[in-house]
Design a protein around this ligand. Structure first.
Ligand SMILES: CC(C)(COP(=O)(O)OP(=O)(O)OC[C@H]1O[C@@H](n2cnc3c(N)ncnc32)[C@H](O)[C@@H]1OP(=O)(O)O)[C@@H](O)C(=O)NCCC(=O)NCCS
Length: 169
Protein backbone atom coordinates (compact mmCIF):
# COMPACT_ATOMS: atom_id res chain seq x y z
CA UNK A 1 0.00 0.00 0.00
CA UNK A 2 1.23 3.47 -0.87
CA UNK A 3 0.84 6.08 1.87
CA UNK A 4 1.37 9.82 1.62
CA UNK A 5 0.43 13.08 3.31
CA UNK A 6 -0.15 16.02 1.02
CA UNK A 7 -1.73 19.48 0.92
CA UNK A 8 -5.53 19.66 0.89
CA UNK A 9 -7.41 20.09 -2.40
CA UNK A 10 -11.01 21.35 -2.75
CA UNK A 11 -11.88 18.16 -4.62
CA UNK A 12 -11.19 16.17 -1.41
CA UNK A 13 -14.48 17.48 0.07
CA UNK A 14 -16.73 14.62 -1.07
CA UNK A 15 -14.44 11.89 0.29
CA UNK A 16 -13.84 13.82 3.51
CA UNK A 17 -17.56 14.19 4.20
CA UNK A 18 -18.01 10.43 3.78
CA UNK A 19 -15.14 9.65 6.17
CA UNK A 20 -16.25 11.95 8.98
CA UNK A 21 -19.91 10.87 9.12
CA UNK A 22 -18.96 8.24 11.67
CA UNK A 23 -19.50 8.39 15.43
CA UNK A 24 -16.65 5.97 16.01
CA UNK A 25 -14.37 8.75 14.77
CA UNK A 26 -16.09 11.84 16.15
CA UNK A 27 -16.49 10.26 19.62
CA UNK A 28 -12.69 10.55 19.87
CA UNK A 29 -12.46 14.17 18.70
CA UNK A 30 -13.28 17.54 20.24
CA UNK A 31 -16.82 18.86 19.85
CA UNK A 32 -17.76 21.32 17.11
CA UNK A 33 -17.81 19.04 14.08
CA UNK A 34 -21.17 19.38 12.32
CA UNK A 35 -23.35 16.26 12.36
CA UNK A 36 -24.22 15.23 9.71
CA UNK A 37 -20.96 16.38 8.12
CA UNK A 38 -21.90 17.52 4.65
CA UNK A 39 -19.74 18.08 1.59
CA UNK A 40 -20.18 21.83 2.19
CA UNK A 41 -18.87 21.42 5.76
CA UNK A 42 -15.89 19.51 4.38
CA UNK A 43 -15.23 22.16 1.73
CA UNK A 44 -15.40 24.90 4.37
CA UNK A 45 -12.82 23.06 6.46
CA UNK A 46 -10.54 22.43 3.48
CA UNK A 47 -10.80 26.08 2.36
CA UNK A 48 -9.91 27.23 5.88
CA UNK A 49 -6.86 24.95 5.90
CA UNK A 50 -5.71 26.08 2.44
CA UNK A 51 -6.05 29.77 3.42
CA UNK A 52 -4.49 29.48 6.89
CA UNK A 53 -1.14 30.98 7.91
CA UNK A 54 1.46 28.44 6.69
CA UNK A 55 3.65 29.19 9.71
CA UNK A 56 0.83 28.43 12.17
CA UNK A 57 -1.25 25.67 10.62
CA UNK A 58 0.30 22.55 9.08
CA UNK A 59 -2.66 20.63 7.70
CA UNK A 60 -2.49 17.59 5.44
CA UNK A 61 -4.74 15.17 3.69
CA UNK A 62 -3.73 11.57 4.51
CA UNK A 63 -3.89 9.26 1.48
CA UNK A 64 -3.68 5.55 0.80
CA UNK A 65 -3.09 4.41 -2.77
CA UNK A 66 -4.08 7.86 -3.98
CA UNK A 67 -7.43 7.86 -2.13
CA UNK A 68 -8.25 10.24 0.69
CA UNK A 69 -8.06 8.29 3.95
CA UNK A 70 -8.06 10.98 6.64
CA UNK A 71 -6.81 14.25 8.03
CA UNK A 72 -3.86 15.37 10.15
CA UNK A 73 -3.01 18.83 11.41
CA UNK A 74 -0.41 20.45 13.64
CA UNK A 75 -1.46 23.80 15.11
CA UNK A 76 0.94 26.33 16.57
CA UNK A 77 -0.06 27.69 19.98
CA UNK A 78 0.19 31.35 20.93
CA UNK A 79 1.51 33.67 23.65
CA UNK A 80 4.32 32.03 25.66
CA UNK A 81 3.52 28.70 23.96
CA UNK A 82 4.24 29.90 20.44
CA UNK A 83 6.98 27.34 19.81
CA UNK A 84 4.66 24.52 20.87
CA UNK A 85 2.01 22.96 18.62
CA UNK A 86 -0.91 20.55 19.06
CA UNK A 87 -1.41 17.61 16.71
CA UNK A 88 -4.80 16.14 15.80
CA UNK A 89 -5.71 13.40 13.34
CA UNK A 90 -8.28 10.87 12.23
CA UNK A 91 -8.64 8.21 9.56
CA UNK A 92 -11.67 6.66 7.89
CA UNK A 93 -12.62 3.47 9.73
CA UNK A 94 -11.70 1.31 6.71
CA UNK A 95 -8.10 2.41 7.12
CA UNK A 96 -7.61 1.64 10.81
CA UNK A 97 -4.95 -0.76 12.07
CA UNK A 98 -2.86 -0.76 8.89
CA UNK A 99 -0.06 1.49 10.15
CA UNK A 100 -1.35 4.57 8.33
CA UNK A 101 -1.91 6.61 11.50
CA UNK A 102 1.65 5.94 12.60
CA UNK A 103 2.94 6.89 9.15
CA UNK A 104 0.96 10.14 9.06
CA UNK A 105 1.97 11.29 12.57
CA UNK A 106 5.64 10.56 11.84
CA UNK A 107 5.62 12.41 8.50
CA UNK A 108 3.67 15.43 9.76
CA UNK A 109 5.97 15.87 12.77
CA UNK A 110 9.08 15.51 10.61
CA UNK A 111 7.70 18.17 8.27
CA UNK A 112 6.98 20.64 11.07
CA UNK A 113 10.33 20.20 12.80
CA UNK A 114 12.15 20.62 9.47
CA UNK A 115 10.12 23.61 8.24
CA UNK A 116 9.34 25.75 11.29
CA UNK A 117 10.87 26.90 14.60
CA UNK A 118 8.46 24.70 16.58
CA UNK A 119 10.30 22.71 19.24
CA UNK A 120 7.47 20.74 20.84
CA UNK A 121 4.45 18.89 19.47
CA UNK A 122 1.85 17.54 21.85
CA UNK A 123 -1.38 15.54 21.72
CA UNK A 124 -4.23 15.21 24.19
CA UNK A 125 -6.26 12.06 23.46
CA UNK A 126 -8.95 10.72 25.73
CA UNK A 127 -7.33 8.26 28.16
CA UNK A 128 -9.57 5.48 26.74
CA UNK A 129 -8.24 6.04 23.20
CA UNK A 130 -5.81 3.13 23.14
CA UNK A 131 -5.18 3.26 19.38
CA UNK A 132 -4.23 6.93 19.43
CA UNK A 133 -1.99 6.50 22.50
CA UNK A 134 -0.30 3.56 20.79
CA UNK A 135 0.31 5.62 17.63
CA UNK A 136 1.87 8.38 19.72
CA UNK A 137 4.13 5.93 21.57
CA UNK A 138 5.20 4.30 18.31
CA UNK A 139 6.18 7.68 16.85
CA UNK A 140 8.39 8.69 19.78
CA UNK A 141 5.94 10.76 21.82
CA UNK A 142 6.42 10.50 25.57
CA UNK A 143 3.50 10.09 27.98
CA UNK A 144 3.59 13.14 30.23
CA UNK A 145 0.56 12.61 32.42
CA UNK A 146 -3.14 12.12 32.90
CA UNK A 147 -5.56 14.96 33.44
CA UNK A 148 -8.40 13.45 35.45
CA UNK A 149 -12.01 14.52 34.78
CA UNK A 150 -10.61 17.01 32.28
CA UNK A 151 -13.27 16.85 29.57
CA UNK A 152 -16.95 16.18 28.96
CA UNK A 153 -17.73 14.16 25.83
CA UNK A 154 -21.29 13.12 24.98
CA UNK A 155 -22.24 14.11 28.53
CA UNK A 156 -19.64 11.81 30.13
CA UNK A 157 -16.76 13.01 32.29
CA UNK A 158 -13.51 11.86 30.70
CA UNK A 159 -9.83 11.68 31.64
CA UNK A 160 -7.39 12.91 29.00
CA UNK A 161 -3.71 12.13 28.64
CA UNK A 162 -0.93 14.29 27.32
CA UNK A 163 1.92 13.13 25.11
CA UNK A 164 4.83 15.29 23.93
CA UNK A 165 7.50 15.05 21.26
CA UNK A 166 10.53 17.35 21.40
CA UNK A 167 12.58 18.39 18.39
CA UNK A 168 15.89 16.58 18.15
CA UNK A 169 15.25 14.15 20.98
C1 LIG B 1 -6.19 6.91 16.11
C2 LIG B 1 -6.10 6.44 14.65
C3 LIG B 1 -5.72 7.61 13.76
C4 LIG B 1 -5.03 5.37 14.58
O1 LIG B 1 -4.72 5.12 13.23
P1 LIG B 1 -4.27 3.65 12.71
O2 LIG B 1 -3.84 3.79 11.31
O3 LIG B 1 -5.35 2.69 13.03
O4 LIG B 1 -3.01 3.40 13.65
P2 LIG B 1 -1.85 2.32 13.41
O5 LIG B 1 -2.38 1.19 12.59
O6 LIG B 1 -0.65 3.03 12.91
O7 LIG B 1 -1.57 1.83 14.91
C5 LIG B 1 -2.64 1.48 15.76
C6 LIG B 1 -2.10 0.75 16.97
O8 LIG B 1 -3.08 0.73 17.99
C7 LIG B 1 -3.38 -0.63 18.32
N1 LIG B 1 -4.79 -0.68 18.67
C8 LIG B 1 -5.84 -0.29 17.92
N2 LIG B 1 -6.98 -0.46 18.60
C9 LIG B 1 -6.64 -0.99 19.80
C10 LIG B 1 -7.37 -1.38 20.95
N3 LIG B 1 -8.69 -1.27 21.00
N4 LIG B 1 -6.67 -1.87 22.02
C11 LIG B 1 -5.33 -1.96 21.98
N5 LIG B 1 -4.58 -1.58 20.92
C12 LIG B 1 -5.23 -1.10 19.85
C13 LIG B 1 -3.03 -1.41 17.07
O9 LIG B 1 -2.82 -2.79 17.37
C14 LIG B 1 -1.75 -0.68 16.65
O10 LIG B 1 -0.66 -1.03 17.49
P3 LIG B 1 0.49 -2.09 17.03
O11 LIG B 1 1.10 -1.54 15.79
O12 LIG B 1 1.41 -2.13 18.19
O13 LIG B 1 -0.21 -3.39 16.78
C15 LIG B 1 -7.45 5.83 14.18
O14 LIG B 1 -7.78 4.77 15.05
C16 LIG B 1 -8.59 6.84 14.19
O15 LIG B 1 -8.75 7.60 13.25
N6 LIG B 1 -9.39 6.84 15.29
C17 LIG B 1 -10.55 7.74 15.40
C18 LIG B 1 -10.12 9.18 15.57
C19 LIG B 1 -9.11 9.36 16.68
O16 LIG B 1 -9.13 8.69 17.70
N7 LIG B 1 -8.21 10.34 16.48
C20 LIG B 1 -7.19 10.66 17.46
C21 LIG B 1 -7.72 11.66 18.41
S1 LIG B 1 -6.49 12.03 19.67
Amino acid sequence: MYYEIRKWRPEDACALSKILNNNKITDNLRDGIPCPYTEVDALNFITEMINSDPNKVFAFAVCCNGELAGSIGIFRQDNIYYRSAEIGYYLGENYWNKGLGTYAVKKACEYVFANSDIIRIFAEPFARNTASCRVLSKTGFVYEGTMFSNAIKNGIIEDTVIYGLLKGV
